[in-house]
Design a binder for this molecule. Structure first.
Ligand code: NAD
Length: 305
């Protein structure tokens, strides 16, 4: 299955990949984050090919991107024609080898180390351009654990976007031990100069900068509700009204996806062994019940569809 390829040009062949000339981008996974990253890259003029796990995922992914573009049009941030052009620049496939000619691929599948490692091995075998950059949008896993599953660890780097990727300006760029400096620089140049993002560089440490601070905060909010100190609505009102947070921690956890919050917490707990990273029972129960937050219509709060 391959659908709609709206090619916007070729670039950067043979002369070394500095990031500035990247026009052929691959994304693996089209959930909450993959869809947003695909949109942001297509808006910047890239030809974007997205690998999905099934035809149903392609339909859901295309709908998600179309909905976000329609919102941007309704808010006057994009013309309807530009929205159509962006959507036309994104194609979908369920075959990873269809990424063969990509200059940059950003993996954005669930936060599962073994799954990501298998995908990195397959991606390494698929990419024909020796200058291609293999990036992961992982929230917490060390980039080295993915790089070591490829024959070109020097070309593997973390590019951690924030949710919603089409709106939030930050990208954490994460070099692993063997990542070449020119690859880190190219990832930074692409994020800043092509996508218009702001970049911070993080060491390859589980949770990087932002999640190392954010996850314990979100888990503490869940624990307060779990022991009955306070309602979810009042936790969020407290942080919005008392600390000027734009979203309360539980609304933010719902936005991230409670399964993703739990997986990131588990990865951090496995890495550091600190009790503060243990996913609370209430979080596990919501995940088991399929209440994953916004993406399923309910989590700590309900989101009518
Ligand atoms: N949700 C957030 O706020 C957020 C923010 C930054 C980074 N991240 C990270 O981004 C990654 C993806 O998270 P998400 O929130 O988008 O998850 P998600 O569950 O919304 O989407 C993941 C998608 O990957 C698909 N998928 C699974 N295996 C696949 C495969 N082999 N090939 C192609 N597609 C496959 C799933 O069908 C699903 O559509 C995770 O590593 C997560 O930690 C998440």
């Amino acid at each position: 299955m391959t659908t709609t390829a709206g090619s916007i040009g070729m670039g950067n062949t043979g002369a070394g990949n500095t990031g500035a000339g990247i026009t052929r981008v691959g994304i693996i996974g089209c959930g909450t984050m993959g869809a947003g990253i695909a949109e942001v890259c297509a808006k910047a003029g890239a030809d974007v090919r997205v690998v999905v796990s099934s035809a149903a995922s392609a339909d859901a992914g295309r709908r998600r991107i179309a909905q976000s573009l329609n919102q941007a049009v309704a808010r006057g941030k994009l013309t309807a024609e530009a929205g159509e052009r962006v959507l036309g620049a994104i194609s979908f496939t369920d075959a990873l080898p269809d990424l063969a000619d990509r200059q940059l691929v950003v993996e954005s599948i669930p936060e599962d180390e073994k799954l990501k490692q298998r995908v990195f091995t397959a991606l390494d075998a698929a990419l024909t351009d020796p200058d291609a950059i293999l990036a992961s949008n992982t929230s917490s896993l060390r980039i080295a654990t993915l790089a070591e599953r490829t024959e070109r660890p020097e070309r593997v780097v973390g590019m951690h976007f924030f949710n919603p990727a089409q709106v939030l300006p930050l990208v954490e760029v994460v070099p692993a031990e063997r990542t070449a400096e020119r690859v880190v620089a190219a990832a930074e140049t692409f994020a800043a100069d092509v996508l218009g993002k702001q970049v911070i560089r993080s060491a390859d440490r589980c949770g990087f900068v932002v999640n190392a601070l954010l996850i314990p905060f979100l888990l503490a909010a869940v624990r307060m509700v779990e022991v009955g100190h306070v309602t979810p609505a009042d936790v969020d009102r407290g942080m919005k009204l008392g600390c000027s947070h734009p979203l309360g921690p539980l609304e933010l956890a719902d936005l991230i996806g409670l399964d993703t919050v739990a997986s990131v917490a588990e990865a951090m707990h496995a890495e550091f062994g600190e009790p503060l990273y243990t996913p609370p029972q209430l979080l596990r129960e919501l995940v088991t019940a399929g209440r994953l937050g916004r993406k399923t219509g309910s989590g700590f709060f309900d989101y009518p569809r």
